[in-house]
Design a protein around this ligand. Structure first.
Ligand SMILES: Nc1ncnc2c1ncn2[C@@H]1O[C@H](COP(=O)(O)OP(=O)(O)OP(=O)(O)O)[C@@H](O)[C@H]1O
Length: 242
């Protein structure tokens, strides 16, 4: 499927799944990588504080949609709206500022800086945002405490378990009090007990700070922690709840 070169501007009001309260919305988003169509018209809205799980078979476009929503990948057509912003209308530096300021990220693995201690890893986004060393450290320790891993503060990521490392990653994603947390298979490398603990802690901590969560998973046990499941098939969204 080829995307139109100049897609008409779509507004939130025109989005099939969007409404006045949407914090984040994808409207008929299309994305191809060479000959491979990853998204063939995916639409999705996420309200403030809502936890949405993106599900669907391997290759259905879940990660690509998450990357488009987070402003990491630019769609070929369609629009992503975040509050009053049309992401495609923002410069790369403005999108990157938005990612740093308003978004938090949790991935499957490999996201912590191995040379830094866990506390320094969690403090890093605050330091990048200009927060002073002492304040950043105090907030990092508080975030580690909220996730029940304050005891690993002085350790490096290579010295902690997979479950502990993932809790540190969640603490790092939430420490800046983002409006949206994007989590791509955050429990994919964990056993089911650790996976469920991480999901419980992630969703509880997000609710405490009213952060929305967009979660990619293929496990229904993980999706059960969401408020709503959206299923992708062949690059298109189908809202499981409707
Ligand atoms: N950077 C890329 N370059 C080339 N093809 C890509 C790229 N990213 C994704 N694709 C392709 O786009 C399609 C959708 O990929 P995507 O990773 O979004 O699916 P997914 O549903 O997240 O899959 P999985 O559950 O296996 O992670 C796949 O066919 C994939 O191979």
């Amino acid at each position: 499927m080829t995307a139109p070169e100049h897609a008409p501007a779509v507004t939130l009001a025109e989005a099939p799944l969007a409404g006045p309260g949407a914090l984040l919305a994808a409207v008929e988003v299309r994305k191809a990588f060479g000959a491979t169509t990853a998204l063939a018209g995916a639409s999705l809205r996420v309200d403030a504080g809502e936890v949405v799980a993106l599900m669907g078979p391997s290759g259905s476009g879940k990660s690509t949609l998450l990357h488009c929503l987070a402003g990491i990948v630019r769609p070929d057509a369609g629009e992503v709206h975040y509050g009053p912003h049309r992401l495609s209308a923002l410069s790369e530096s403005a999108r990157s500022a938005l990612r740093r300021g308003d978004f938090g990220f949790v991935f499957q693995f490999g996201q912590l800086v191995p040379e830094l201690t866990c506390a320094e890893n969690v403090a890093l986004p605050l330091r990048l945002a200009g927060v002073g060393r002492r304040d950043a450290r105090a907030r990092a320790l508080a975030a580690l405490g909220r996730l029940g891993v304050e005891d690993v503060a002085a350790k490096r990521p290579g010295e902690v378990s997979g479950g502990q490392g993932q809790r540190v990653a969640v603490a790092r994603a939430l420490v800046t009090e983002p409006k949206v947390v994007f989590a791509d298979e955050p429990t994919g490398a964990l056993d089911s007990l650790n996976g469920e603990q991480v999901m419980r802690l992630l969703t509880e901590a997000a609710r405490e700070t009213s952060a929305a969560v967009v979660l990619v998973t293929h496990e229904s046990r993980v999706a059960a922690y969401s408020d709503r499941e959206v299923v992708l098939r062949d690059g298109r969204t189908t809202d499981a709840a409707s």
